[in-house]
Design a protein around this ligand. Sequence first.
Ligand SMILES: [Zn+2]
Length: 526
Amino acid sequence: MIAEQLFPSKLITQDPTHGFPLFGPNRILGVSIAILQRFSKDIAEIVDKPTRIQLARRLGRDLGATQASTLSSIHSFSDAREQMRAGSALRTLTGFAHEHLDEVEVRDDGSLVRFTGRWTDAYESTIFIETMKEADNRPARRPVCLSLAAMLSGYASAVFGEPIAVKETTCQAMGAPFCIFEGRPASAWPLQEESLKPSSQRSSRPKNVIPLKTPLKTPELPTTAPARSPAYLAALKRVDKVAPTDATVLISGESGCGKEVVARRIHTLSRRSAEPFLAINCAALPPDLLESELFGHMRGAFTGAERNKKGLLVQAGSGTIFLDEIGDMPLSIQGKLLRAIQQREVRPVGGLEDIPVKARILAATNRPLEEMAAEGRFRQDLYYRLAVFPVHLPPLRERHEDILPIADTILKRLSPEHPGFAPATQKIFMENRWPGNVRELENWVEHGLILAEEAPIEPEHLPHLPKKPVPPKTEDLASDLPTLEELTQRYTNRILKHTKGNRKEAAQILGIGTATLWRHIKKQET
Ligand SMILES: [Zn+2]
């Protein structure tokens, strides 16, 4: 039998005496989501949270185990994979969630490696979202589908004959388009959290329930605060669409507008969310170092290479690697990266053998890559490989309707009780060009808060950053008549001091590439 052939008419029968619905030999009840919603609200008022969590898990686990035993008494399955898919179909047919299994990895001996999948409109997230609409309208901070995860855990444990832990990594109640889950043998789960393990005490009464030590720790779904502007919402929609795929994504936008946040969002919403997310800024490292960071090196490959080192592309495993400021990557390294994307393998510096690459590659840039590619300043073939799915993030000044809500969110995060911004300050916020985007806005709010303390933030509390660095007085430089080279060095140092050592920013102010700046700095050091 294949899962798709599970029809309600075969699964749910009628008891001959009264016409009650039966699933296998068991009488089942029809309960509406609205009733469950009110019931869960009532429960929340009288039962403390740890006990509630424990009860939700037990209910789910028992349901899952029953689903498995009843299903296998009605049908015979050819293998565990098919049995898992039948469980998904059953949970969809019985209204718990639209469950979709993405992959089920099983060893030759029939034991489970892992499975991953998605729930859409899961009943617990639906209840949460409905309740949220009535109340404060804040998305959940962590996944809410506890019973459902336990149900799948109970089901899978019965299928594989060993305790299988299921972790929900992302939830629709957190604002995601669907929930993402992953299951592994409890013994093999890398994060040995007590709360994830299926409990072996199945029949203890709520009175004896041991409260969970720690709540489930799962990442929040990254967003750049409130978004209402159509351009930004459109970008987010694209992001959420591409996230579950394996496509390479090129994120473009000015610095400070949240490119890394978006990259993390893609990772969190992908099947790789339980694997590492590694980020590297290609503009922050000199070429040699960038090469060995990305691709690794062998012992003795160069002076100082005392041992073999794995590159980030390999370290990321089956996770995600985020290459920020890819436009600053030297051409020599671009060729190696292209090979990593095309052949899915890399050769460490000084190495003779290739190592496979499994990570998904995301890249970001604030430079006009397409133009650079046309002019030969960036490899065209690499550009086309990276730009399979481009996402452009609009700068803050083009997101007018988002400026004040974002400022408010930042302020509330720093100081929840703060009275807010004076009207004159709001006007400045609306009129400013925000070259540093959300990051700059963050700095302003923080600065304002420090000076205003508990009072509303007035314009005089805002930082008055010079738009451009004040040029050093010419007489200072000219009095001792330095050579042009000395002058360059001194000016470079002064700008570096101004940017507090931030080389990227310094290079931007100086109007030179980061590589040129590196040469200046290196010259001084030798
Ligand atoms: Zn969920």
